[in-house]
Structures are given as structure tokens and as C-alpha cells.
Design a protein around this ligand. Structure first.
Ligand SMILES: [Zn+2]
Length: 129
């Protein structure tokens, strides 16, 4: 079983900012997730001009989706100063829209964890469910 510390270290190793062009920046955030089947996927952020931006978590989630899995057991995002970051609102929604069971996903926040359910207690989809 991959530990929280191992996931943190994988995300930390990817949190390595690189300016690609005048506008484009990669790697302000690195992310690693563990799927229900025990596979690790990683991603990095990209930010640019014209409203272009993708979180590190997005990259890791898309990597997971390529393999047909959708259930995230644990996820971590690490900033360039090597601190754990909670997912932004868009990533919280993405995890929920990828798989409803991801409400049980553990988000690693250093020495503690918090579930997606705690970060996303009220969901707009409930209006129609
Ligand atoms: Zn995000």
C-alpha cells in the first residue's frame, strides 16, 4: 500500500516550476493520487494567458481516466514551497463528477487528511438526484 508520505514525495518531486514561454508556466503544483486498485498517477499544473489553466490534480485525474479507473482513494497536491494544498473548487467538482464514490477520497493535508465529502458538503447535483 502506498503511504501518504510516498504520495507526498511523488507530488513534491513534480512541483518544480518551469517557465515555458512568456505566458506559459508548468509545475507550480505537483499532484499524485492513488486509485482504488492501488495504482499511482501523477500530474503537474499548467498556467498561461487567455484564461488557460490546469491544476496538478487535473493532470493526475486525466492520467487515471486513461486506464479506465475513476475511483480515487487518496490524492495530494504540493506547491512549489512544498506545502500540501487542498483542491480548488473546480478540482473538487471534477473528482465528484468523475465518480460519485470519490466523496470518500482522502485528501492529504500534511499529517492529516480530509475527505472530499467534508470539502464539498452541498452539491448542486442534489437538486436533481
Ligand atoms: Zn484545482
Amino acid at each position: 500500500m502506498t503511504t501518504n508520505q510516498e504520495l507526498f514525495e511523488k507530488a513534491k518531486a513534480l512541483s518544480n516550476h518551469k517557465q515555458l514561454t512568456e505566458e506559459g508556466h508548468a509545475g507550480y503544483v505537483g499532484s499524485a493520487l492513488l486509485t482504488e486498485k492501488g495504482v499511482v498517477h501523477t500530474g503537474i499544473s499548467f498556467s498561461g494567458a487567455c484564461g488557460i489553466g490546469y491544476c496538478g490534480e487535473t493532470g493526475a485525474i486525466l492520467s487515471m481516466l486513461k486506464t479506465g479507473e475513476s475511483k480515487i482513494k487518496k490524492i495530494v497536491a504540493v506547491s512549489n514551497d512544498f506545502k500540501c494544498m487542498p483542491p480548488c473548487g473546480r478540482c473538487r467538482e471534477m473528482m465528484y463528477q468523475v465518480d460519485r464514490e470519490n466523496l470518500n477520497t482522502e485528501i492529504i493535508m500534511g499529517d492529516s487528511t480530509i475527505t472530499l465529502r467534508e470539502l464539498l458538503p452541498e452539491r448542486w447535483q442534489q437538486l436533481w438526484e
